[in-house]
Design a protein around this ligand. Structure first.
Ligand SMILES: [Fe+2]
Length: 255
């Protein structure tokens, strides 16, 4: 997306990077609860350094994500993890104390996927808030909050935020934290979640690695973004729907 894009209504410019947050009031998912501490439980141990995420909600399911990385900024993009698979337990609960667990299982964090975990949870109730977390060994992830889509024909109030064009080097991700503080029911990311460029002298914080071309470069860049606490908070607060843009995969104007 061009970096001079504009949005109307309440918008927040993220540094010089052109990331925006905006509230909308159309039908869809309800606003998340404002329960104190919701989605804010801190991780235990060294495995869950990249936070948690949920997305693509349907009326009965949602995708959960995390990635194990003991050394998230390892140059080879493999997060300092051993070259073997690791079992990861997951739980979904109706409350953030995890005393009302409704779904649970074990996923496999494989080295071929850089120990990322992708769970497609099903059997949930429509239009309902849930909390989720992961565990491996003695390590426990941060707690995330998510929400299923409403049942078909049951549209209601929606608090939705969207973002795009988030350049780690050109600005801090304060706008993601402000989004989380609005307790959205859904966050849309409209592309350019990360940028491929190597660090530039004018950047306010250093982007690691060369311009992303190889898989290892993309993994390192993605992991560096994921270490940002404001971005982690936005992911832990609400499910996301995402689309690609050019910088996420390939910038055709780059020579
Ligand atoms: Fe962009």
């Amino acid at each position: 997306m061009p970096e001079n894009s504009r949005v109307s209504r309440r918008s927040v410019l993220l540094g010089g990077a052109g990331a925006f947050a905006v509230a909308a009031g159309t039908a869809g998912l309800a606003r998340a609860s404002a329960a104190p501490g919701a989605g804010l439980a801190k991780p235990v141990g060294e495995a869950f350094t990249l936070g948690v995420a949920s997305g693509d909600p349907t009326p009965t399911g949602v995708v959960l994500w995390t990635r194990l990385a003991q050394n998230p900024l390892a140059e080879d993009g493999l997060g300092g993890m051993p070259a073997r698979g690791v079992p990861v337990q997951w739980q979904i609960s109706k409350n953030e104390r995890f005393t009302r667990i409704v779904r649970a299982g074990t996923a496999w964090a494989a080295p071929e996927a850089a120990h990322s975990v992708h769970v497609e949870a099903e059997g949930l109730a429509p239009g309902t808030e849930y909390f989720y977390r992961f565990r491996t060994g003695n390590a426990v992830s941060a707690t995330g909050r998510t929400r299923t889509a409403p049942a078909r024909g049951q549209l209601g109030e929606l608090t939705m935020c969207f973002a795009s064009c988030a350049h780690y080097g050109e600005g801090f991700f304060t706008a993601y934290r402000r989004m989380a503080e609005d307790h959205p029911g859904l966050i849309l990311h409209l592309g350019d979640y990360q940028y491929e460029y190597a660090s530039k002298a004018k950047d306010v914080r250093k982007v690691l690695g060369p311009e992303t071309v190889k898989l290892a470069d993309y993994r390192l860049r993605h992991a560096q973004y994921k270490t940002d606490p404001d971005l982690q908070l936005a992911h832990a607060t609400a499910p996301w729907l995402v689309v690609w843009d050019d910088h996420d995969v390939y910038q055709p104007t780059t020579p």
